[in-house]
Design a protein around this ligand. Structure first.
Ligand SMILES: NC(=O)c1ccc[n+]([C@@H]2O[C@H](COP(=O)([O-])OP(=O)(O)OC[C@H]3O[C@@H](n4cnc5c(N)ncnc54)[C@H](O)[C@@H]3O)[C@@H](O)[C@H]2O)c1
Length: 281
């Protein structure tokens, strides 16, 4: 879409966007796309991220307010929902783009997990979705027909060795989306996860071996890896009224990676690589 004007898909809609840290963040790109499509929204991130990141710039560019919230703290989430209601009244969409694993960050293998860190991984990356929806619902922040999207990764279904306990966190995140989706459907509220391909962001690059995962996905996906801006365009459709009956889904946004087995180029490259290795041995 680049600098184009957009389609007005979110005209008059209001939202809450979690997880924009710097201009590479998927949430940052989604915020820009939401603005392009006519939405107004509040931005939120953890207090520590507000100190180190550059969210002020995004707030200025989009005319949005920032509300700090550490999503592991229930009282923070409750306070945030109150603030957002004061700011906008009821809202139409929420983006959850939050993920972090101290085990992955500190390169702890899956067989030697630090369990306190595992609790943090699950709390930050998955259980936070439950808290966000719960406290938004409790103060009646969501309009009927609202749309909630959380960003996930295919590690929820298939094991990617370097993704460690985040594989488990994403499985839980997707389950919470389904579980809550079933409970809010009577008001037409949709809850989905978007399973995005590897994307070069701060969280992405924090994973050891990320470049290998990125290249593998890029080579295998028939359409190649989607960028954060392309993910943003997809999320806009999910926030819009064009997807009113899509709920409790995990939606792959990965250029076809999930369905691809192997392709001619990779077969040829691998055959060559292993022939060379055998030659060396
Ligand atoms: N980058 C990728 O390759 C990729 C692929 C698929 C899915 N995702 C998912 O996309 C989402 C956004 O990640 P990103 O890649 O844009 O990286 P990012 O680092 O820009 O975003 C992660 C965000 O989580 C926030 N966060 C961490 N702890 C928090 C807490 N306690 N309270 C509130 N916020 C907290 C961070 O401050 C940061 O803004 C994550 O859920 C991530 O798992 C990323």
């Amino acid at each position: 879409m680049g600098d184009q004007k957009g389609y007005g898909l979110l005209k008059g809609k209001k939202g809450l966007i979690f997880g924009a840290l710097d201009d590479r963040s998927i949430a940052w790109r989604i915020a820009l796309a939401c603005q392009r499509e006519g939405a107004a929204f509040s931005l939120s991130n953890a207090p520590v991220a507000l100190r180190f990141g550059s969210l002020d710039e995004l707030a200025e560019e989009t005319g949005s307010k920032i509300f700090p919230c550490d999503v592991t703290k229930e009282e923070d989430v409750q306070e945030l929902m109150k603030n957002v209601k004061e700011e906008h009244g009821k809202i139409d969409f929420i983006l959850h783009a939050i993920g972090m694993s101290p085990n992955v960050r500190k390169n702890k293998g899956y067989h030697e997990l630090n369990y306190q860190w595992l609790q943090q991984t699950l709390d930050i990356s998955a259980i936070s979705l439950h808290k966000v929806i719960r406290y938004a619902d409790e103060i009646d922040l969501l309009n009927d027909g609202a749309s909630i999207v959380a960003l996930s990764y295919i590690g929820a279904q298939r094991i990617f060795s370097k993704y460690g306990d985040m594989n488990d966190a994403k499985a839980l995140l997707e389950s919470i989306a389904r579980n809550y989706g079933s409970r809010l459907a009577n008001r037409g509220i949709r809850v989905n996860t978007v399973s995005q391909a590897p994307t070069k962001t701060s969280a992405g690059s924090g994973i050891k071996g990320f470049d290998g995962m990125f290249t593998f996905a890029e080579k295998l996906a028939p359409l190649g890896n989607p960028t954060a801006d392309e993910c943003a365009d997809y999320c806009v459709t999910l926030f819009s009224d064009l997807t009113r009956k899509v709920t409790m889904q995990n939606l792959y946004h990965d250029g076809g990676f999930v369905t691809a087995g192997i392709n001619e180029d990779m077969i040829n490259d691998l055959a060559q690589l292993y022939a060379d290795k055998e030659g060396e041995g």
